[in-house]
Design a protein. Sequence first.
Length: 448
Amino acid sequence: MTRYFQSILSKRSSGLKGQINIPSDKSISHRALIMGSLAIGKTSISGLLESDDVFKTANGLKALGVDIYKESDHWCVHGVGIGGFCEPDDIIDCGNSGTSVRLLMGLVSTCPIKVTFTGDDSLRKRPMDRVVMPLSEFGAIFSSNHDFKLPINVIGSSEPIPINYNLQIPSAQVKSAILLAGLNVRGKTTVLENEPTRDHTEKMLKFLGANIQIEKKGSINNISVNGFPKLNPGNISVPGDISSASFPIALACMIPNSELIVKSVGLNPLRDGFIETLIEMGANIKIQNKNIEAGELVADLHVSYSPNLVGVEVPEDRSARMIDEYPILSILAATAKGPTIMKGIEELRFKESDRLEAIADGLEKNGVFITKKKDQLTVFGRGGSQKIKGGSIINASNDHRIAMSFASLGSITENSIEIRGASSIKTSFPNFIDLMNSIGLKIVALKD
């Protein structure tokens, strides 16, 4: 596997060909480890994403007393049961993983233990009040010297009470943290969700035997979980990650003479906004071999060069279904004919970097005209006949999706693009360079 240098160079490429398996779903991998830790007995996980972010969750759970190890081609989790966590001996470092810290905070907030969480420079700048506020209502006590940014000390409630919480922002991490906390509380905990977000937590809880109810009232979801369910250990298969798949999919659409089959991709209906948008733009995508695995829809995607892409308006209510795919969508939009307007994307400003600014700045550096607002980005596509200049140096600010997106742009520009801060790619797509080069891309690592 290619060693991830801080800088990589992406060169213009020709047709991409092949059949590939992309890395397993990061969101589901986090949750598989967590749910396995809550069951009593051995849970076997096949296809766990072996990335930095997922290992941070595994290490956090180990610090809480869970036995986790790899055996042959699968991972084993010996669960301690709901409320069975022990107080860790040291601080839990979640690195760059917002999912790890927010979901683990939910787990410990209703256990009578003390835990301190921290992370890297990037994670310490990200907002944690969005989980601190609802978890405090259970009776947990949080303290921080940085306006509820990491590091944060948590004292879990010894007598937690169930809550009803109306989500202030559409966030699957916040929703999941509340539901996980509610598992160790007598009574029913309910989350009111005004805008649907990815529901991997709900699906996996149901798959393992939890009593979870989802009541739809117009556009609002009332999601309730009864405390102290008996979660059954089982076999969990993690599908391919649609967020990782978005890169080869977009590349196949952009590069002439390309034809790819991307195998076994998770197509959760609350995460398929990217595919829906590409089809609206005129992308040649066929969905084949649909199947259900551990409650999740899985399918193969047959993608080929799409010379007649047109700009579209991506509505605000779709943003939660594709929030991680906007960086690569913006790159694809630069090759379409006419403007692509992306609305309701302010949440991009609170990721590993300010992704909205990073996308806008990077595209402008490479000769693409854009306009931006606080929560909106418009990319004025050049169309297939107008070449994009390229030739820039992009600072990815150690944001994996920004790094991979501009590596993708370099495959179609007249001049190569250098991406700095590219070692972050290993947090979600460890074999990105090797896999993309195997199907025809030209990405090289530069000496640090």
